[in-house]
Design a protein around this ligand. Structure first.
Ligand code: AMP
Length: 418
């Protein structure tokens, strides 16, 4: 038998209803804040990710699904969404009418990471990106929007972690001091971090290896290096979050994995998951649009990991699945034909309808209706055909009513509308 690819998964009912619930809640919530949906493709030119995420990141160095396209182009299944949204913003000149654009995207991402609980090779993100606003108020608004989104989903134990990564004016001095300090302890760093020292020393700050954690405990903090503009910006983000009564922790170790971030970086963590405790992460990327050939427009965004949210939401609503509102049980050939018609007409009228055409005994069919969690059964037997009325029975109250066939669809629909 051909099996699923390792690190990939099938999303099956009833769990798929939790996915729909989360996605629908996100759409409604984000649209209240002025975001519109964008659906970029899952395949892009490899160059896009190399230039945006950075050559010396784990994602680009070892986690991308890349293959040859036509001619000399290399193609990659997107490992994240921001680069695609930026490409589309530039390619379609979405800034032309008004540089301020707000988009959200929902869809799968692909990274060849070591599969484990909470970490997959195809996983799903809800992203939001804002272009054209450098005001710190938008940074605070995004954190606020995220925290309220999780509250809507009844997810608790959350904490917001904030840091500022500075800008090209102030970051180089920090990077230099950090690299020097780390180089002095290279014997205690893991293999990956020794490699990162040259190219990307800031990544050492969020390495999870205990000996690396010990070394970085004494590392300098970017916050002590912020230039005046970056410091003021970061202060303002905090002030507006205070006004909105959003609790947060300042976390100088928060660097995020990608190169393109500037200034505000944030992560939302939960106590309710194991080691993979981040449910969302994001930050500013003020130079990326220009770096990819667009106009100099500041931007900020975040990604929510949907797979982890599903785990949290499923634990709260284990019985999310619902059975049909009406389960039609036709007995005999003539009844089957009527049942088939009503199954179509009722569903089309907005009533969740199922029917059983197996021809088994009423007792067997009632058992199946019960197992499926049907709210009502509609019995059509010989007697009902000769009376020209079907029998609607509520499975919980056992209340029964006879409904004339010629008014059946309107009557049942009215019952559920009321
Ligand atoms: P990132 O794009 O790495 O900043 O990740 C943003 C969010 O996506 C994280 O907070 C996770 O919730 C989720 N995420 C990232 N990588 C994976 C993965 N391999 N499997 C499942 N979720 C992931």
């Amino acid at each position: 038998m051909i099996q699923l690819v390792r690190g990939f998964k099938d999303i099956l009912p009833p769990e798929s209803s939790v996915w729909q619930y989360i996605e629908n809640t996100a759409k409604q919530h984000f649209e209240n804040f002025g975001f519109k949906e964008m659906r970029p493709p899952v395949l892009e030119q490899t160059e896009l990710f190399k230039r945006s995420i950075g050559e010396h990141t784990d994602i680009v160095e070892k986690e991308m699904y890349t293959f040859a396209g036509s001619k000399d182009t290399m193609l990659t299944l997107r490992p994240e969404a921001t680069a695609s949204v930026v490409r589309a913003y530039i390619q379609h000149k979405l800034y032309a009418a008004d540089p301020v654009c707000k988009f959200y995207t929902i869809g799968p991402m692909f990274r060849k990471e070591r599969p484990q609980k909470g970490r997959y090779r195809q996983f799903h993100q809800i992203n939001a990106e804002v272009f054209g606003v450098d005001s710190p108020y938008i940074d605070a608004q995004l954190v606020f929007m995220l925290m309220r989104f999780f509250e809507r989903l009844s997810i608790g134990g959350l904490s917001a972690h904030l840091n500022s990564l500075g800008c090209p004016a102030c970051r180089p001095a920090f990077r230099k001091d950090l690299a020097e300090m780390l180089a002095g302890h290279s014997d205690k760093l893991c293999e990956d971090c020794v490699r990162r020292l040259d190219k990307n020393p800031m990544r050492v700050l969020d390495c999870k290896v205990p000996s690396c954690r010990e070394v970085v405990a004494d590392a300098p903090s970017m916050l002590d290096y912020l230039c005046e503009d970056c410091a003021l910006h970061f202060k303002a983000v905090q002030q507006i979050l205070d006004k909105l009564e959003i609790a947060y922790e300042i976390d100088p170790g928060l660097v995020r994995g990608l190169d393109y971030y500037t200034r505000t970086a944030f992560e939302i963590q939960t106590e309710e998951l194991g080691a993979q405790n981040a449910v969302a992460g994001g930050g500013r990327y003020d130079n990326l649009v220009e770096m990819l050939g667009g106009p100099a427009q500041p931007a900020i965004g975040f990604a929510v990991g949907v797979d982890r949210l599903v785990e949290l939401v499923s634990a709260k609503f284990p019985a999310y699945d619902s059975g049909p509102q009406v389960f039609i049980l036709p007995m005999g050939d003539q009844a089957m034909e009527m049942g088939a018609q009503f199954a179509c007409l009722l569903a089309d009228a907005g009533v969740i309808t199922e029917a059983d055409f197996s021809g088994r005994s009423l007792k067997a069919l009632m058992r199946r209706a019960d197992r499926m969690g049907a709210e009502n059964v509609l019995i059509i037997g010989e007697q009902e055909i000769s009376d020209n009325a079907a029998l609607l029975r509520n499975m919980k109250t056992r209340h029964q009513q006879s409904i004339p066939m010629d008014r059946l669809v309107e009557t049942i629909r009215a019952e559920f509308d009321g």
